[in-house]
Design a protein around this ligand. Structure first.
Ligand SMILES: [Zn+2]
Length: 239
């Protein structure tokens, strides 16, 4: 019963937010629904997503984390923006309710390995075991199969690529990032990095980290910058 009430409150909160999603908000312009066909996306390593100029896909890695992910969710809700979260299996297992809250608030979720080890340092059997573990964690928490995967450190390996292809899991690399993993970074520094990355790439799949305290604090400013520069958010979903 408590779960049902919590779900209703999330739904009501969503409706309240929808009512506030005027033209002054960044918003979410459209959704791309990807098939479960093991495609590889992200211009840093693979084909670009079919995006127009000035479109941006918001992605967050390494969570969910109780200290920071709720701040990220609040900033996204305040701007009516939808994102994709690539979750680490051990964090999924530690915070399943928070993971389900991410999805209940309209975002999509993929995985980012079980242990966030650089797979190029692991044996093939260990890599495949890591993948099986995170697939099981995702299935347990969300009740469905893993749709998408981002490699830790974007460090791809032939064995894991082959296993992902066999499982029909989309590999999602990136187009741009803001190098947001230093605890001493300020909002000003992160905004400046986003400006430079946008100037270089013109948009695409943006990598950020919802476990990083400076990112969580800076996100309202980063989203406002995207709005000021005329970017449209494209949300990724899987059928
Ligand atoms: Zn990561």
């Amino acid at each position: 019963m408590r779960i049902a009430i919590a779900g209703l409150l999330v739904t009501l909160a969503g409706l309240a937010n929808a009512a506030d999603c005027g033209p002054d908000k960044l918003g979410t312009a459209r959704t791309i629904t990807l098939k479960r066909e093991a495609a590889l996306y992200g211009a840093l390593q693979h084909a670009p997503l079919p995006l127009q100029k000035n479109e941006i896909v918001l992605t967050f890695d390494d969570g969910p984390m109780p200290e920071t992910t709720p701040l990220v969710l609040k900033a996204l809700a305040d701007q009516c923006a939808r994102a994709t979260f690539f979750m680490v299996g051990t964090n999924l297992e530690k915070s399943p309710e928070l993971a389900r809250r991410v999805v209940a608030e309209g975002h999509s979720a993929g995985v980012h390995s079980q242990t966030h080890t650089n797979l190029t340092t692991m044996s093939e059997p260990a890599q495949l075991a890591d993948l099986r573990q995170v697939q099981a964690a995702y299935q347990t928490v969300f009740g469905k199969a893993t749709p998408a995967y981002r490699f830790p450190y974007l460090a791809e390996t032939p064995a894991t690529l082959a296993a992902l292809k066999d499982a029909g899991i989309t590999v999602m690399s990136i187009d741009l990032g803001i190098n947001d993993w230093l605890p001493e970074d300020t909002t000003e520094i992160l905004v400046e990095r986003l400006v430079k990355s946008l100037d270089t790439t013109g948009g695409g799949i943006l990598l950020m980290h919802d476990v990083n305290v400076p990112t969580a604090k800076a996100l309202p400013s980063l989203l406002k910058l995207l709005k000021q520069r005329g970017y449209s958010v494209v949300h990724l979903a899987w059928n």
